[in-house]
Design a protein around this ligand. Structure first.
Ligand code: MEV
Length: 423
């Protein structure tokens, strides 16, 4: 079955029983029976025991899918592992709105990572810099000798950049080794290279190498996404203006920007986790990038276009792998990558950037109109309705009544359900 032909657009997905949701995803992504059955299984203890130390068991998170995503003209359903309610629903809703004007347009730069080599105790800074640059070819050759497979795939160490930093300990020369890591996250490849280079830097300069490690401010590995949100679909010009007022605070105030970006990372982290990637690295890179100009600010940008529609853009570093690491070991991460159908780490970055933008748009739209609690309450009410035993259309009927009465309790949900069934 060709996944290209299937649309990710679906209404009322949450109303389906879990088995039918799985069936939808199975068809969409062409999963086998065995793959589809993985959703209800935990990571086995033998695998867990090989991943970290002192293992006692595993820790489960709910995994859901965001639907309706159209990115660069292709339909995606996006697996998200997260414990917070409303996030998956909000992303799906934002994606539905974005579809009206063609969905998301996204792009990612080459997968270039930075490895840092810190040199201290240098007497002649300029002379040391010259020596390093004069030996650039040999340095890159030694780095590339550490990972022949990466080089054979077209990746490897590509360049050196030198920064001279003043510190309380005197001048430091910090060399950046720029490495194309292809479809890996890249930490292992880069760390192996910079460690191998340390003695060469000491021999060349007479200085002392202290740190040799990857930088998580992966600002050469950026992903960008853009979408136009139709003004009529979101409630008209007044809503666009209210949205822009809300957004503006994040551009000028770090207190708001932190919350604004947290909302973006709600979505981004959930997919990063589902695909077995290192979400601490992604978080570190995102927030450092948000502060790159000396003041912490929004990772997204919004403005009105000539038609009065709302345009949203996001740009952030996304050091993601689709090969290697936990993403290859954890069966659910392998499954999630199959659902996404990603062929390169750049494509994964484009999807995740789009999802981050969708998440932020949904949060700001709710905050600028009804407030965030209404959505939370209605979702909470739906969860309670399901817990009370409601099925299909009963879920909304019970949930709406709970919200209307302002009494979202399991006992009351059971009573309402009985009343509905008796009628
Ligand atoms: C809650 O997890 C995220 C929000 O606070 C984000 C925001 O305020 O933009 C709703």
């Amino acid at each position: 079955m060709s996944e290209e032909k299937l649309s990710s657009k679906i209404s009322g997905f949450y109303k389906l029983p879990v088995e039918e949701r799985i069936e939808f995803v199975k068809k969409f992504a062409g999963l086998t029976e065995d793959e589809a059955s993985l959703f209800s299984k935990s990571l086995d203890i033998e695998t867990a025991d090989k991943m970290i130390e002192n293992v006692l068991g595993t820790f489960d998170l709910p995994i859901g899918v965001a639907v309706n995503f159209l990115i660069n003209g292709r339909d995606y359903i996006i697996p998200m592992a997260i414990e917070e309610s409303s996030v998956v629903a909000a992303a799906s809703n934002a994606a539905k709105i974005a579809r009206v004007k063609g969905g998301f347009k996204a792009e990612a730069s080459e997968p270039l990572m930075i490895g840092q080599i810190q040199l201290l105790n240098i007497e002649d800074t300029e002379g040391a810099v010259k020596k390093i640059m004069d030996h650039k070819k040999e340095i890159l050759d030694v780095a590339n000798a550490q990972d022949k497979i990466l080089v054979s795939l077209g990746g490897g160490a590509k360049d050196l950049e030198i920064r001279i930093l003043d510190s309380p300990l005197g001048k430091m020369i910090v060399t950046h080794l720029i490495v194309d890591v292809r479809d890996a996250m890249g930490a292992n490849a880069v760390n192996t290279m910079v460690e191998a280079l340390a003695p060469i830097f000491e021999d060349l300069t007479g200085g002392k190498v202290r740190l040799k490690i990857l930088s998580n401010l992966a600002d050469k590995r950026l992903a960008r996404a853009k979408a136009v949100f139709d003004k009529e679909t979101i409630g008209g010009e007044k809503v666009v203006d209210a949205f822009l007022e809300s957004y503006t605070l994040a551009t000028i105030d770090p207190y708001r920007a932190a919350t604004h970006n947290k909302g973006i990372m709600n979505g981004i982290d959930a997919v990063v986790i589902a695909t077995g990637n290192d979400w601490r690295a992604i978080e570190a890179g995102a927030h450092a990038y948000a502060a790159r100009n000396g003041r912490y600010t929004s990772l997204t940008k919004y403005y009105k276009n000539e038609d009065g529609d709302l345009v949203g853009e996001i740009e952030l570093p996304l050091a993601l792998g689709i090969v290697g690491g936990a993403g290859n070991i954890h069966p659910k991460a392998v499954l999630c990558k199959k659902i996404l159908g990603v062929k390169t780490s750049r494509e994964l970055a484009e999807i995740i950037a789009s999802l981050g933008l969708a998440q932020n748009f949904a949060a700001l739209l709710a905050l600028s109109t009804v407030g965030i609690q209404k959505g939370h309450m209605s979702l909470h009410a739906k969860n309670i309705a399901v817990m009370a035993g409601a099925k299909g259309d009963e879920i909304d009927l019970v949930a709406d009544k709970l919200v209307e009465e302002g009494n979202i309790k399991l006992d009351r949900a059971k009573e309402i359900l009985e009343e509905i069934r008796n009628n």
